[in-house]
Design a protein around this ligand. Sequence first.
Ligand SMILES: NC(=O)c1ccc[n+]([C@@H]2O[C@H](COP(=O)([O-])OP(=O)(O)OC[C@H]3O[C@@H](n4cnc5c(N)ncnc54)[C@H](OP(=O)(O)O)[C@@H]3O)[C@@H](O)[C@H]2O)c1
Length: 356
Amino acid sequence: MPQSMRALVAREVGEPDDVLRLESRPVPTAGAGQALIRVKATPIHASDLHVLRGRYGFSPEFPTVGGHMECVGRIEALGPDTEGLKVGERVVAVAIPAVPGSRVAGTWQEYLVADTHRLLPVPDRLSDAIACQLAVNPLTALLLVTRELDIQPGEWLLQTAAGSTVGRLVIQLARHLGLRTINVVRRRDAVEEIKALGGDEVICTEDEDLLQRVTELAGPAGVRKAIDCVAGHVGAQVFQALAPGGEVVVYGALSTHRQTDPPALTIPLQARSVIYETKVLRGFWLNRWFGTVSPTDALRALSEVRGLVVDEVLSIPRGRPFPLERFTEAISFAETSAHGAKPLLVFEDSRDEVDE
Ligand SMILES: NC(=O)c1ccc[n+]([C@@H]2O[C@H](COP(=O)([O-])OP(=O)(O)OC[C@H]3O[C@@H](n4cnc5c(N)ncnc54)[C@H](OP(=O)(O)O)[C@@H]3O)[C@@H](O)[C@H]2O)c1
């Protein structure tokens, strides 16, 4: 085992391109209940970049190794008190810090130490490109559809940014569960793609009025369940489109991604709808979910996701690999509109497995 490794480190809050540097760090040692993981592949999520910019829901201590979400790797060594896992086993490591509470090592490095209750073994048939994206978006889709909202078969689910990775997974899950989806996209080009994926209805905000179309599609009963990751004006329209007593779970704020002005980070609701129509808007954040469930329940939900991916109910876009040293290209790719794939940072022995 080498003594040192490469890690992508931010010394301070700032633009990722300005603050990230490749550094050499000592390879850590696994303590009790922990494993040392040799990382094979790890995605760059928009939220990883928000963390570095200091505009996410938690802030790590700086300097910090980037990547606060997920990776796949092999267990290189096990500390004391670790049962049920083997050295050499391929695992997904969930590096999402629970809120309130835990500190978790960043994934943008060659080796990391993780608590064993944050590790999920993955079968060989799931490639590194898929396995390294198993936890965050598929788990979010599963929790939104099956835990956060009690949607019955045949019932409508209205969702925004349907072309996002989460949005596509929600469509697949909805089909599997017999739910009907109304999918909001902002680009005309995305409409056919979403229909081909199994979205029942698609509203394109470039061409159509969201409120009017929801009324036409859902009829007098209306839509009572929605999920939104756009916020701002679109989030407000989704709230307005809900039937009385309806609920929307907001889990992202894509329309505000470039906003640094706090008053602009809003979802302007109509007080009349909140009071007289008793509609509900609430948030969902995976970090907080990890802080509220037991490690056993968290692993159970992750195993459920793994099962859905293995059974091909859920299909995760393959992602686009970048060697660690090309991280600036990977970050620009993450910020490109309509790329349809996540940039993945891949490490030496994984490059051949994660094909383009
Ligand atoms: N709360 C949580 O725990 C949690 C967990 C996972 C993900 N998320 C959030 O979920 C959202 C989706 O994540 P992802 O990884 O699935 O995203 P992604 O795959 O990177 O896709 C981003 C999508 O958002 C669309 N988009 C971007 N800006 C938009 C805007 N202003 N209005 C409408 N659509 C817009 C893009 O549309 P085009 O195709 O037209 O460019 C693209 O389809 C993000 O906000 C992420 O932070 C939250």
